[in-house]
Design a protein around this ligand. Structure first.
Ligand SMILES: Cc1cc2nc3c(=O)[nH]c(=O)nc-3n(C[C@H](O)[C@H](O)[C@H](O)COP(=O)(O)O)c2cc1C
Length: 366
């Protein structure tokens, strides 16, 4: 969708247009909750470093038509995409997670349900989407086991343990806005009167709620326990150091997600795309390498594949589509990413994702 306008400036992509529509549809506090990071100006470095990466195309490969079909975690998807786990999607649209998962289903890609989803797992499963469940390990281990059992019962195919939130980082915009959930939005999988903390007090009430709830000191023993409770694919999300990726593989993870949480957690973390290569090199095929943080176009998806990822999780763009036009908006965002990827593959002389991985990259240094 990228093009050059008459003045020589790049035309806005359809995805960028959804960002603009979301910004006008949302209150400042909700826009800031989505857009903000632990340092400002937020996720800009992830996007900029990714976009600066050059990929050297091949020619005369006879590579058309191309396919974007992807094998991810042992299943097939229409494109190497999944919707990233993101909390409280009813903030963006009344149908929240149900609309976003239905759009993922329409596009033939998996949807990752957050522990902080604002619709129940059962409602989301009703869309027929392939679901993965993202686990935040809450302090009460009985509740962790309940969540895992519920995910299994709802038919989730994979379990994604997020490991980069020992505490929720201080996010300046949320603190400034005194961000709290409105009455119609709740952590639907964590009902408990104590959880009402996310509506009260000064500063970011959502951060206070999270910090009261989450286990702050997880270790690889927790991953090992989870490995024993969960038979399907296990994914460790939020890895940047290759040593941690190797440990994840050692503890039985089928995949890691190279991610800096969209620049929402550890403020000094590098742009996440710079870590794909080192992580992929270190695990050397022992587990899959997925990626998120800054993907805004099909070309970005191609860049991640070239660096060694087998798929990407789509974060904020999904929320922009959801805020702008519900299920239809998310479906259009996902379809734009897929068709942009198909165009990028064609122009780079690649018939499929395997040949994309053979391309050479310039401009991303760990
Ligand atoms: C509003 C919002 C809520 C999020 N909630 C969660 C969550 O509940 N669990 C999780 O593992 N990651 C969460 N994330 C992080 C995303 O899964 C993903 O890592 C991040 O959005 C990628 O960055 P990008 O959106 O800039 O591409 C959230 C991100 C956003 C923007």
């Amino acid at each position: 969708m990228t093009g050059v306008g008459t003045g020589g400036a790049p035309a806005p992509t359809e995805i960028a247009e959804f960002a603009e529509r979301a910004r006008s549809a949302l209150s400042t506090a909700v826009w800031d909750f989505v857009a903000g990071g632990s340092t400002e100006p937020g996720p800009g470095a992830n996007e900029a470093v990714l976009e600066a990466m050059r990929v050297v195309p091949r020619v005369l490969t006879g590579a058309a038509p191309v396919t974007t079909r992807a094998r991810v975690l042992g299943g097939w998807a229409r494109a190497p995409l999944a919707v990233a786990p993101m909390a409280y999607q009813c903030l963006l649209h009344p149908d929240g997670e149900v609309a976003a998962a239905a759009a993922a289903h329409d596009n033939g890609v998996p949807y990752v349900v957050s522990t902080l989803a604002s619709r129940t797992l059962e409602d989301i499963a009703g869309t027929g989407a392939e679901l993965w469940f993202q686990l935040y390990w809450v302090a009460d281990e009985g509740r962790v086991r309940d969540l895992v059992d519920r995910a299994r019962d709802a038919g989730c195919r994979a379990l994604v343990l997020s490991v980069d939130v020992p505490v929720m980082a201080r996010r300046p915009r949320d603190v400034r806005n005194g961000f709290r959930l409105p009455p119609h939005v709740r952590a639907a999988l964590l009902q408990n009167p104590g959880d009402e903390a996310h509506r009260a007090g000064a500063g970011s009430a959502v951060a206070r709620h999270t910090n009261a709830l989450f286990h702050p000191a997880l270790t690889w023993d927790h991953v090992e326990r989870l490995r024993n409770w969960w038979e399907g694919p296990l994914v460790v999300k939020g890895v940047l150091d290759p040593r941690d990726a190797v440990l994840a593989a050692d503890h039985g993870a089928e995949a890691v997600v190279v991610s800096n949480h969209g620049a929402r957690q550890f403020g000094a973390a590098p742009a996440a795309c710079t870590r794909i290569g080192p992580v992929a090199g270190a695990v050397a095929g022992r587990c899959e390498v997925l990626f998120d943080s800054g993907v805004r176009s099909g070309m970005d998806v191609l860049r991640a594949l070239v660096l060694g990822a087998s798929g990407v999780l789509v974060g904020r763009p999904v929320l922009w589509g959801l805020a702008a036009d519900g299920q239809r908006g998310v479906a259009r965002v996902l379809e734009a990413l897929r068709s942009e990827l198909a165009e990028a593959l064609t122009l780079a002389g690649c018939a499929d994702l395997a040949s994309a991985r053979e391309l050479r990259a310039e401009g991303v240094r760990p």
